[in-house]
Design a protein around this ligand. Structure first.
Ligand code: SAH
Length: 200
């Protein structure tokens, strides 16, 4: 079985092709940014967003090490403003948006993501996705506020209209020490069957 982090990568990258556009909404140390940059290739474009300069520096170093900095634009901003920071030409064209919530691993900072900005950011992500595009959200419940944030994201995902989105939760149920969990959302392609289709 895929680990939660691997499955987030599988779901985020499976529909990406060379030349596509993707967003890492929490670059952190840059692991997701690297995976997205590989998936879209030199002709593609990745926007990496983080509120902490340390995270963006760490991501930049990782991209340079991997020779992948070309297609990546790093944005020092809150992801709740992501629609304002992405050029309007990419709105509705984004193939994948990845979120990895919580705090920056290895950092002295105690800053974590919080539901009051995470939920608006998820709404903004739904707006910029193309039909068939996927958003992944890795959740951590072990830190202060993490369980509340995970619950808020679960409720947000469960309330998405099924005519427009398919949402799933992926989690291991017998692991100790608060393992991470995944919520993933696919924006349905235009014309896909919705609730009114008896065959759905
Ligand atoms: N994906 C990373 C881990 C991300 S850690 C990895 O693989 O290593 C979570 C990141 O979210 C932190 O770097 C933190 O600075 C960032 N963050 C917190 N609040 C944010 C916000 N409102 N907008 C964008 N990034 C935020």
């Amino acid at each position: 079985m895929h680990s939660v982090l691997d499955f987030a990568h599988v779901l985020a990258t499976r529909g990406l092709e060379a030349g596509d556009i993707a967003v890492d909404a929490t670059t952190g140390n840059g692991h997701d940014t690297v995976a997205l940059a590989r998936a879209v290739g030199a002709e593609g474009q990745v926007f990496g967003i983080d509120v902490q300069a340390d995270a963006l520096d760490s991501t930049e170093d990782r991209l340079v090490d991997e020779g992948l900095e070309g297609p990546v634009t790093l944005l020092h901003a809150g992801h709740e403003h992501l629609a304002d920071h992405l050029p309007s030409r990419v709105h509705g064209q984004v193939g994948a948006v990845m979120f990895n919530l919580g705090y920056l691993p290895g950092s002295a900072s105690t800053l974590t993501t919080t539901p009051d900005t995470t939920i608006p950011a998820l709404d903004a992500a739904m707006g910029v996705l193309r039909p068939g595009g996927v958003a992944t959200v890795v959740l951590y419940t072990g830190h202060e506020g993490g369980a509340d944030e995970a619950e808020a994201v679960d409720e947000w995902a469960a309330a998405l209209p099924q005519e427009q989105f398919r949402a799933l939760s992926y989690r291991f149920v017998n692991q100790r020490n608060d393992p991470p969990r995944l919520v993933a959302v696919e924006k349905r392609a235009d014309g896909e069957a919705g609730t009114t289709d008896p065959a759905a």
